[in-house]
Design a protein around this ligand. Sequence first.
Ligand SMILES: C[S@@+](CC[C@H](N)C(=O)[O-])C[C@H]1O[C@@H](n2cnc3c(N)ncnc32)[C@H](O)[C@@H]1O
Length: 293
Amino acid sequence: MQYYGLLLMQPDQEVINRWSGSAPFWEKHREIIRQMFAPVSQALIADGQVDSWHTVLDVATGPGEPALSIAASAGAEGKVFGVDVIPEMVAAARREADHLGLRNAQFDVAFADHLPFPADTFDAVVSRFGVMFFPSPGDAVREMLRVLKPGRKLAMAVWHFADRNPFHYALARVIDRYVESPPVAPVAPEAPDAFRFASPGKLREVFMEAGAMAPTERLLEFTIHAPVSAEEFWALRSEMSEKLRDKIARLSREQLATVESQALEALSEYSTGSGISFPAEVLIVSGTKSRPA
Ligand SMILES: C[S@@+](CC[C@H](N)C(=O)[O-])C[C@H]1O[C@@H](n2cnc3c(N)ncnc32)[C@H](O)[C@@H]1O
């Protein structure tokens, strides 16, 4: 089952490279990432109408979120499956499930648009920050609806606009002063990118076209709180993001020292007594699988 679909699909190689390279860092920083995005997981649990006895699927789970959090609070009958296209991410999720002793969580390698489950299997399907990287979001939403039980909910979280999210821009702006970006064409609206579904209504439209019943969208305004020092946050953020890792690798040693000190200065605006806190905005889109007529 592990490589189900891999031979049938043509992966977007750039997306695969990006996430394979990120897997060790997402695993290394998993606990802080879990805490930073816990409000998003809670919103998905609420809008996906996840209950403790449900069988839940988490698509593009990365190193296991929100699947592991859902499994940790599930009751005796509750089960969670997580899938991701990157084997290193799936291995990281399995290690953490073992470490936490969670026997009700299972992780497998699969493409979002080719899920290795029979139709009408899950009580809820969720996906946090995944759909923006899928080669064909419409096919993926259709596939997720296929494995969902009729009358149940699919819920996804995507970033709202970049300029509403200092988590993304605060450090990038500092680094961009020192790294010459090659003159590139603007990102095509359909290219895999963290902000591909930032425009309100865009993902809801995909849900509608894929056949979800009464899809809804809401803006989740929350605080990303990382209970770490500015120095630790700089290390975390510059490792977590493939774009930042790439740019930092192009800096000279002197430039890096300057960037780091300016980055810490930029972070002072977001420092609190207990860590680093950013105002954040995410869209939560959900829809119901229709019942057979
Ligand atoms: C931003 S990470 C999100 C990880 C996790 N859900 C979280 O919120 O912490 C995006 C994930 O999408 C996965 N991904 C990208 N394209 C995919 C696809 N076509 N099918 C399944 N997973 C995919 C990547 O491997 C990566 O782990």
